[in-house]
Ligand binder design. Structure first.
Ligand code: NAD
Length: 512
């Protein structure tokens, strides 16, 4: 008997647009598309709403589970769009395992706008709708092989097709996020032992020149396939300078790199930011593939295209937006990361979880470890935020939560006293004080302390010096620096002006 081919199965909450995207993919691939809701309507001989009203939800779910299970068992290639609730069934989730499952994300608000008032039985009451969204988010994420961030349109899904089809060739368990921002689109592969694996399509063409730091270069760069050369910089934030960038530019000249080649940044956020900046500017721009090897880089810095270096006066002050050609997140590289660097990354995880709310916050608040699922969830949050606003004009600013005061602490201590993540942990606590969220501050302080991060600032650091440095923040508009504040997990907003005494008080609250 010939083996059945996996289908590409689109799932997601109501209003996500899965049917439209599924049709588009089927059209491009010239394969049949099936829609489970249509199948059910045909079998019932009536609309789903009518079946629901006549027989109740339990009867509907039982029929849905049976019929969708059969559909998935029998599918041989092709494309399928599943109804939003079908994944609630064990039978369906088991049948999905041999297929490539694509989650189409949608914002809660957008989903409500699209679904409410259309006679849908589960989109009548806003509170119940929100609860259902949260409940299903966890189920969708657990089943997804591919995540298409909210707002992925027809153009972006067309761009993603080759990567989606390439997924089964990667190591088992590999997942794909499809990023789009500022007109650029790129794959983010997340999995174990991706480096060196031949299966996945490489996201850029031409020769590959690795840029790494001396530590990571020795540990991991050798496993990146087919590097034509490796340029190493000293490890640590102190090397994130224009002088180091000049050395990298000149080394690229030495090895004969051209505009047909690209850079592969193998390392933490320092390497990613600096190599990305070198790539953005070398010969006015060559592509960069990011291969993040720290928690900070895997949950945050490798995505979104912000690149740059520090000046002695202020952090990340010179740089460029340069979206990567692709991001390869090999979580196995974290095995060599020292515990204090894991801890530093945890601060960015907590920040991202506060922004995301929902499933991610629940997991972090429960003290769950940073595993591959958490890394994927953080990347998903960051990509969705960047997709909405590549250049910090609006929503992207929420990613700066805890960073205004965190960066100021780094600057006044010459980037030497604290790791970036440690300063962010302090900055987060100060931002929660400024937000008037004392209970949440205590909860976050417990979480970051348990991870080994500081919850009080070295008393040798002058509060007024930190205050003065916040005024140099790049987000400053006119005379004052706007702050990102927290109303609750999942409710993080930007652009809040706060008076100097209040900001000073929040910084002073970090003293032991
Ligand atoms: N571009 C962005 O959007 C963005 C977002 C957040 C942070 N950042 C930047 O990221 C930087 C911090 O990144 P970071 O915390 O990754 O620091 P880092 O790059 O300095 O790495 C930390 C240390 O870990 C070592 N290391 C890296 N990977 C390793 C591995 N797998 N095994 C063993 N050792 C390893 C490095 O050699 C280094 O000594 C800051 O400069 C910050 O500004 C940028």
């Amino acid at each position: 008997m010939t083996q059945l081919q996996p289908a590409i199965v689109f799932t997601g909450f109501m209003g996500a647009g899965k049917t439209t995207l599924a049709r588009e993919v089927a059209h491009v691939l010239d394969v049949p598309v099936q829609d489970s809701d249509r199948l059910l309507t045909d079998r019932f001989g009536m609309e789903i709403e009518a079946f629901f009203a006549a027989n109740g939800e339990a009867a509907f779910r039982a029929e849905e589970s049976r019929l969708v299970g059969e559909l998935l068992d029998g599918a041989d290639g092709g494309v399928i769009a599943l109804g939003g609730g079908a994944l609630g069934s064990d039978r369906v989730r088991t049948a999905l395992q041999r297929h490539t499952v694509v989650l189409v994300d949608v914002d809660l608000e957008v989903a409500w706008q699209r679904a409410h008032g259309k006679g849908r039985p589960l989109a009548q009451d806003r509170e119940a709708f929100t609860a259902l969204y949260r409940e299903r988010e966890a189920i969708y994420l657990a089943a997804a092989d591919v995540v298409l961030p909210a707002g992925t349109g027809l153009g972006a899904v067309r761009g993603a097709i080759d990567a989606i089809r390439g997924l089964p060739s990667g190591p088992p368990g590999t997942r794909l996020l499809w990023a789009s921002a500022g007109g650029a689109q790129y794959p983010v592969w997340v999995g174990r032992a991706l480096l060196g694996h031949e299966g996945l399509p490489w996201p850029a063409t031409g020769r590959r020149f690795g840029i790494s730091d001396e530590t990571v270069g020795e540990l991991h760069a050798g496993r990146v396939r087919d590097l034509s050369g490796l340029i190493e910089i000293p490890p640590g934030e102190e090397a994130k300078t224009l002088q180091t960038t000049e050395r990298v530019w000149r080394a690229l000249v030495d090895v004969g790199a051209t505009r047909g080649d690209h850079v592969v940044a193998v390392g933490g956020g320092v390497v990613g930011d600096l190599a990305g900046f070198a790539a953005a500017t070398f010969q006015r721009g060559i592509p960069v593939v990011q291969v993040p090897t720290t928690v900070v880089a895997q949950v945050d810095s490798a995505y979104g295209g912000k690149t740059g270096v520090d000046l002695p006066e202020a952090k990340n002050y010179v740089g460029a937006y340069h979206q990567p050609a692709g991001v390869i997140v090999d979580t196995a590289t974290l095995a060599t990361l020292p515990p204090e660097e894991h801890a530093a990354g945890y601060a960015e995880v907590v920040k991202t979880a506060l922004i995301a709310g929902g499933v991610l916050w629940d997991r972090i608040a429960a003290g769950e470890p940073v595993d591959d699922d958490v890394i994927l969830a953080c990347a998903r949050t960051k990509l969705a935020t960047v997709a909405a606003d590549e250049r910090d004009g609006g929503r992207r600013q929420v990613l700066n939560l805890g960073h205004t005061i965190g960066h100021a602490i780094e600057t006044v201590t010459g980037y030497a006293r604290y790791r970036h993540g440690e300063a962010v942990a302090l900055g987060l606590l100060a931002a929660l004080t400024l937000s008037g969220q004392e209970d949440l501050r205590d909860q976050v302080a417990d979480l970051v302390a348990a991870a080994g991060l500081p919850v009080t600032m070295d008393p040798a650091i002058e509060v007024d010096a930190v205050l003065a440095a916040t005024a140099k923040d790049k987000k400053r508009v006119g005379e004052s620096t706007p702050f990102v504040l927290v109303g609750a997990p999942g409710d993080v907003t930007f652009g809040h002006q706060r008076g100097l005494p209040e900001v000073r008080g929040a910084i002073a609250s970090l003293l032991p």
